[in-house]
Design a protein around this ligand. Structure first.
Ligand code: BLA
Length: 301
């Protein structure tokens, strides 16, 4: 656990700021970042607790509708990273998604190029983006192993190369996570560089709606919400979610949550507050080496 020589705990130097800093540096090597309008309102957001600092940054660039990062640092305690990049709807690029919640007990991590289209249903999309990326997941499967059963609904937003893991918060694990983060982010930047603008209006509309569906899901059901509410209060947390983290949820489309996810409808027409209707499943990685979905076939209850 805590180990000697500098300690494995959450002391100084254990921070996600470096991830953000280097990712932005890498981005600037390839494109010109401009501040996103949402930055102004959220850059100096304050918390209710004086040992806690929030750091919110957002940008746009040609091809990139929104690149935003939220880091939360609680002295010697919780460290959070939520870093994401969304392309303009003229591109069908995956959504870069890096989420890490680190407490003194463990780090809960999701790192992925979230598909714009469910890769089980849309084989063409899977072939286009993930076929060549499968080696990336094999590289990390030992050091960042599958984190065990997960909210069933999340799977459709994950790609076959998703890193879903729960780690001890040691310095060594932090380093591995840093490598994986940079690796995945550079892949995303590469895809962004190569992306060719779609000209068909139908396809652009379809991309926009797919991104809106993703934003609608996360704005409603993100597991980070209770902590944000505790840190900045309900009102500010709601604003942060809809106008910063998942900005676009109120402008890229008009469909409400229940139209995309009718299984959450209650008799009185409101959205069921439960995060999951299916519950947790998938004890082990539910994709094969080619990225094909195999579900729970390999596991026994
Ligand atoms: C837990 N966060 C989780 C879990 C997942 C994610 C899969 C495990 C619990 C579960 O199975 O649902 C993350 N889930 C995701 C992501 C997607 C998804 C990224 O569907 C994308 C589609 N986590 C954060 C932030 C905070 C945070 C910003 O990313 C806090 C501000 C906290 N995540 C957090 C906490 C838990 C958690 C506290 C454990 C408690 C819980 O399971 O609710």
């Amino acid at each position: 656990m805590s180990g000697g020589g500098g300690g494995g705990g959450l002391g100084a130097g254990f921070s996600y700021q470096k991830f953000v800093h280097v990712a932005l540096e890498q981005t600037r090597l390839r494109t010109a970042l401009a501040p996103h309008p949402s930055q102004e309102k959220f850059k100096f957001i304050k918390t209710n607790e004086d040992n806690t600092v929030l750091n919110a940054l957002s940008f746009s660039a040609p091809k990139i509708r929104l690149l935003r990062s939220l880091a939360i640092e609680q002295k010697n305690s919780v460290q959070v990273l939520d870093f994401a990049a969304f392309s303009e709807p003229e591109y069908d690029l995956p959504i870069f998604c890096a989420n890490a919640f680190t407490s003194p007990a463990r780090s809960i991590v999701v790192l992925d190029l979230n598909p714009l289209y469910d890769t089980t249903e849309h084989e063409d999309y899977r072939e286009k983006y993930y076929r060549n990326l499968m080696p990336h997941i094999h590289k990390y499967s030992e050091l960042l192993p599958w984190g065990g059963k997960i909210t069933g609904e999340s799977l459709r937003f994950f790609s076959p190369i998703v890193i879903w893991t729960i780690l001890e918060p040691t310095e060594a694990n932090h380093q591995v996570l840093y490598s994986a983060f940079m690796d995945y982010y550079k892949v995303w930047l590469e895809l962004m560089d190569e992306a060719v603008q779609e000209i068909s209006v139908e396809k652009i509309d379809r991309n926009r709606e797919a991104q809106h569906k993703y934003l609608t899901w996360r704005a409603e059901k993100d597991p980070g919400y209770p902590l944000l509410k505790k840190l900045i209060g309900e009102c500010a947390a709601k604003d942060l979610v809809r106008e910063f983290l998942f900005e676009g949820v109120d402008s890229l489309g008009t469909k409400p949550f229940l139209q995309y996810f009718p299984e959450y409808a209650q008799k009185d027409g409101t959205v069921n507050k439960k995060r999951s209707m299916i519950g947790k499943s998938f004890e082990s990685r539910p994709w094969d080496a080619h990225g094909r979905f195999i579900g729970d076939a390999t596991t026994s209850e």
